[in-house]
Each structure stands twice: as structure tokens, then as C-alpha cells.
Design a protein around this ligand. Sequence first.
Ligand code: HEM
Length: 471
Amino acid sequence: MLDQIAKRLTAADLKANLDDIQGGLLTEYDTLACRYVFYRIDDPAKGRAWLRELVDDVTSCKGYAEGAAPNGTLNIAISVWGLKALGLSDCVVGSFPHAFCQGMRARAAALGDVGPSAPENWEGKLGSEEIHVLVALSHASPKACGEQHTWLSSVTEQIGGVAEVHMIPAEVIFDQRAGCPSAHFGYADPISQPAIEGFEEQARPGDGAIGPDGRWRPIKPGEFLLGYENELGERTETPGPPGLCDNGTFIVFRKAHQDVAGFHDYLKQGAMALWGQDDHDHQELMAAKIVGRWRSGCPLALSPERDDPAIAADPERVNDFDYADDPEGTKCPLGAHLRRANPRATKLTTTTDINRKRMLRRGLEYGPPLPVGAPDDGVDRGQAGLFVVADIELQFEFIQAQWICKGDFIGLPTDEKDPLIGPNRGEGQFTVPGADMPFLFDLRQFVTTKGGEYFFVPGLRALRGIADGSF
Ligand code: HEM
């Protein structure tokens, strides 16, 4: 097995390794509730004993991929501080990529985590050297998930030497505007995810990369898993000694507060500024321009003037577009969240291999939904976002720093940021070609980072090895 990994795994090897890849990475769980529990390891030997106790309960990708999904799931990810706290040597830890070794707090300014999103305002010790292990639990209901957590707490207490530092409960929410699993701002989400070669037989139109024949093809697995062939045809590097990173990857965890009432107030203001009208239809058009999709999920690229629920409901059409016929952004603004985060065939001002800038988006929403039309109730709600990438710097950090927080890559002013999640702080600009007044100014900040961290997600054999002290 080690020889095979050192050679280079290709898409053809993926299926045979599903039992070693942690679940929730290549596929989304269809459980409705989740708890993200963060731990600190105070005693390396007890920390390893704790992992040994949990490792048999860790869910792999295999069951989900083969339609035999377990009722509850448990997954484990480890920060750089956690690898050290579990007793891995400085030499092994130091071989991990620079961004991971620095941790998210040190990278905050480049990620746009400034002002209210700055690390000094982060919660629950997120981003601190006390966040060692993330245990993600998921189950059919919040109650069942709570019971899993009670069991985990009793295991943790029995062994000792490990302390719970923070916990975020999250859930699938349904918004009446989207009419399906959605985000607090009221949009269907997620819809677009990269298809993975060797895992999916073929890409649903829009989910992969555009091949030379104009058809969509899945992305190489090395963009999401260490040791596999990536889009360059090379093996994605595996840090550490042989075996440690086999079938492993990285996740970026981000807790992002959403100002739902502020966002909806702004839709009125924005619609009035762009079209001189703030009736319901113009507010919905404003909402669609900001994201690039109508609330139903129907993309502006396919239906720029009105929502088309039939497109939203059709898996073959809902993601089947590439913006090639919309170079100016009159259908979907160049700066819309969707187009920035995955510009597809948009002509960029810098040469960028967009197939190496993909992420698997996981995670759920935390906090109760704010009823439509209700004023702000002061309750914290938002996204517990999880992004799966083989290279934190090349994928997540690049997208966040260069595409979300800047505009020049797509021909917009450098300081024009993502209108939905950019750090706009009341001074943002949003270019909306085709509107009566095609610029919005004084854009507010709707999303505030409340904390985050980079984690390594070992394969199951490697997790056992860490627990046994083999590395
Ligand atoms: C609270 C924070 C966020 C909210 C509310 C949000 C909302 C959305 C929505 C509504 C969609 C459209 C659904 C879909 O196409 O799947 C979407 C797509 C997407 N978002 Fe976000 N998002 C957030 C944070 C982020 C961050 C931090 C990133 C990356 C740095 C990101 C990257 C993406 C990508 C890659 C897509 C799919 C684009 C495509 O393939 O066309 N999002 N997001």
C-alpha cells in the first residue's frame, strides 16, 4: 500500500481507497444536524488514548458512496497545534505546508479578516493555539446529535487529559424563499460542487471543468486529496513520513456571522439606487445580482430577467453555464459572489488555472433562521463553513484573498470586493452593468468572520497511526 501511495494515486485508485478516506469530504452527509466540537489536548499520551477510543467510530466515505449511510457520523480533524500536542515531532509537523503551520489567525489580514472580522474579535478561542482537534458529529436531528455529544463528553471525561474548548451546533435550514435547503440569506445552497474523477462517473453539467470538446469533465482527485494526481498531472504532495498523509486532506473551518436583517434592508436601498424602484421584484433582482443566482438557485446566467423555478429544479440545467456569452456581466455581474468564486470561462486579467482553484464546500448553517421580514433580533446566526482543499494556500486562500477581496482579476477596480461576503464596511462598491445606474456605493458588510482554523484530516489508517504514536 505504501509503495502504491508513494508512486502516485490516480482517479482509478480512488474507489479502492474509500474506506480509508474520512466521510463528509467527497460527499456531503444527508444528515440534518451537526455539532462541531473543538478540543484541547493537555496530555499527549491521553490525547492519543482518546483518539484510539474514537477511531473505530470514525465514518469513512465508503458507506455513503455505496448507499449504506450510517445513522450518525463522527469525523476528526487536527490543527497544527493538535499535531504537536499529540506528540508528533517538530520535524514532521514542520514538513506540513506553511499556511497550515501558521494557522488561520496569522493569515487573517490577507484573507480580509480585518475590522470587525479581525482575530481579536473571534470567539470560542477559535484561531488560538488551544484549538487542537475538531470532532464533527452529525445525525438525523439536533436531539440525536446532542445525544452523540453526551456520549463523546463521557468518553472524553473518562480518559482525561483532553478538554472541550468550544462547540458550534449547526443545522440544515429551509428558507421559504428558496423552498429547499438554504442559507440564512434565503438562497438555495449548495448547488455547485466540483465533480471528482474516479468518484463520479461523469460530471453533472457545470460541476467540473470544461473539456476541449466543450463538455464538462470531473476534476482530478489530487485537487481534494493528498497523494493523488492533480490537474497538473502531478502527485499532490504528502508531508511527513510515508503513510501520514495517505488519503488525507485539509479543511478550512470558518464561522461566519450573517447580518440577515441588514442584508434585506440593503436590498431595498440597492434596488432604489440601481433602478429607482424598491418593489418586491426589484429587491429580488438586487438579491440575484449580488449572488449570481435567484433565491431558487436558478442562475442569472441562464435567466437574467426573472426567476425560472423550472431551471432551478432541473439538475441538468441548474449549473450548466460558463459566462462565455456574457463578457460584460450584463446578465450576471462580473463581481457577483458566484462569478468571483468560480469564474468558469470568464476572461481573467491574469493567467490563472481555474481548475486548480476549486473547493468542495461543506458545513451547515448555525443559529435559527430569521423569519422573512422580521427586524434584527440580535441572535447570532450564520454559516459554519467547511472548505475541503488539498492546498490551502493555492485554493482557499487564493480565492478568498484575490477573488473575494479584490476586483482587478476580473476587470473591476482593485478595491471592489465580493458584495455578499467581502469586507465592505459601508464603503464598498458593486458594478452592475445594465442597471439604470450601474454602480452601487456604500455597500455594507453582511458577513463577519467569528473565527476559524486550518485542519488536517488524516485518512483512517493514518489516524490510527497517530493514535498509536507511530509517527
Ligand atoms: C456566509 C458566507 C457565505 C454565504 C452566505 C455564501 C453563499 C453562497 C450561495 C448562496 C451560493 C450559491 C449556491 C451554489 O451555487 O452552490 C454560493 C456559491 C459558492 N460560494 Fe459561497 N457563500 C459564503 C461563503 C463563501 C466563501 C468564504 C467562499 C470561498 C472563499 C465561497 C465560495 C463559493 C463557491 C466556490 C460557490 C460556487 C460557485 C460556482 O461553482 O459557481 N463562499 N455561496
